[in-house]
Ligand binder design. Structure first.
Ligand SMILES: [Zn+2]
Length: 58
């Protein structure tokens, strides 16, 4: 049984849309794309572990 992939909520300022982005395979960063324009968003996982669940893509 597969564990669900962790994700965070990401607000894309470029198109004013909110979506989820998921942890990459290495578990080092959350990576996702704006659903409208395809802008890439990356949020690195801090070693200490940031607990913030919401991020903004500039
Ligand atoms: Zn966009």
């Amino acid at each position: 049984m597969k564990a669900p992939r962790p994700y965070i909520g990401m607000w894309f300022k470029c198109c004013h849309v909110y979506t989820r982005i998921y942890l990459n395979r290495d578990g080092t960063a959350f990576v996702g794309f704006c659903p409208k324009c395809g802008a890439r968003a990356t949020v690195k996982v801090a070693p200490g572990g940031s607990r913030s669940r919401f991020w903004k893509a500039e």
